[in-house]
Design a protein around this ligand. Structure first.
Ligand SMILES: Cc1cc2nc3c(=O)[nH]c(=O)nc-3n(C[C@H](O)[C@H](O)[C@H](O)COP(=O)(O)O)c2cc1C
Length: 228
């Protein structure tokens, strides 16, 4: 089982990275897990230009690392996204990946297990968790859980046994959900059903040629097969 952990803080030894490292350590105790951490700071990501060409072609025309990261996500069975809180929200580098990564339209996380991680110093860590979980849900994922830790800048975010226990519990739950093929919370499944079948699908099917790239991804991922 492949698990990709994404650190969207530029600080590779910061609070978010420390939590992701602990999750990685727990996951790697299972022999059937192949997990790795991707630091967004190692990649070049330009802003989305809003041209919508990717809807037709299935990929972005910009020559940077967005497609590579998107493919790594598509090849994983689970993703863990870690983000520091910036100005009460997700950091810009994560938003750029979301805008570029074809998450919602292509249902990039269809059937994948997700765990959201946020760190913050004063307030609004849960706003980050909510943004990530909404993205995961709308993109077709099974939400496994979340970890939101308040920590002073440059201090150890896992400085108590209860925080360590919670991180281990969430990592084990992610593994358990994957191995059992858990379907996730019924309310979330209903929300996703409405978002996809009432919102996205009819919208795309109205202009099949314009969304040929999206339809191709749905077909290849076993989500929906439409004749163009
Ligand atoms: C630009 C910037 C904006 C921030 N905004 C907030 C904020 O709105 N609320 C908060 O509680 N902490 C805020 N922080 C603090 C970080 O969220 C916190 O220190 C986080 O744990 C840093 O994670 P890292 O060490 O992985 O980079 C901000 C930090 C920076 C650099």
């Amino acid at each position: 089982m492949r698990i990709l952990l994404i650190n969207s803080s530029f600080r590779k030894n910061g609070a978010t990275a420390k939590i992701l490292n602990e999750i990685l350590r727990v996951l790697e105790t299972h022999n059937d897990v192949e997990a790795s951490i991707l630091h967004l700071s190692d990649f070049k990501l330009d802003y989305c230009k809003g041209c919508s060409r990717c809807f037709q072609t299935g990929k972005c025309y910009l020559q940077d690392d967005a497609e590579h990261i998107s493919n790594l996500i598509a090849e994983s069975d689970a993703i863990v996204v870690g983000a520091p809180t910036y100005a009460s929200s997700i950091p810009g580098q994560m938003k750029t990946l979301i805008d570029r990564g074809h998450f919602v339209m292509e249902q990039l996380l269809h059937g994948k297990y997700t765990l959201s991680v946020a760190t913050y110093e004063n307030a609004d860590g849960m706003s980050v968790i909510k943004s990530l979980n909404k993205l995961f849900l709308y993109s077709g994922a099974v939400l496994s859980g979340n970890i939101c830790i308040k920590t002073a800048f440059n201090q150890d975010p896992l400085n108590s046994q209860s925080k360590k226990d919670n991180v281990r519990k969430q990592a084990e739950r992610l593994y358990w959900n994957m191995t059992k093929g858990a379907k996730g919370n019924i309310i979330n499944r209903i929300i996703h059903h409405i978002v996809f079948h009432v919102g996205i699908k009819p919208f795309v099917l109205k202009e099949k040629t314009k969304y040929a790239g999206v339809l191709d991804h749905w077909k290849r991922r076993g989500i929906f097969n439409a004749t163009i």
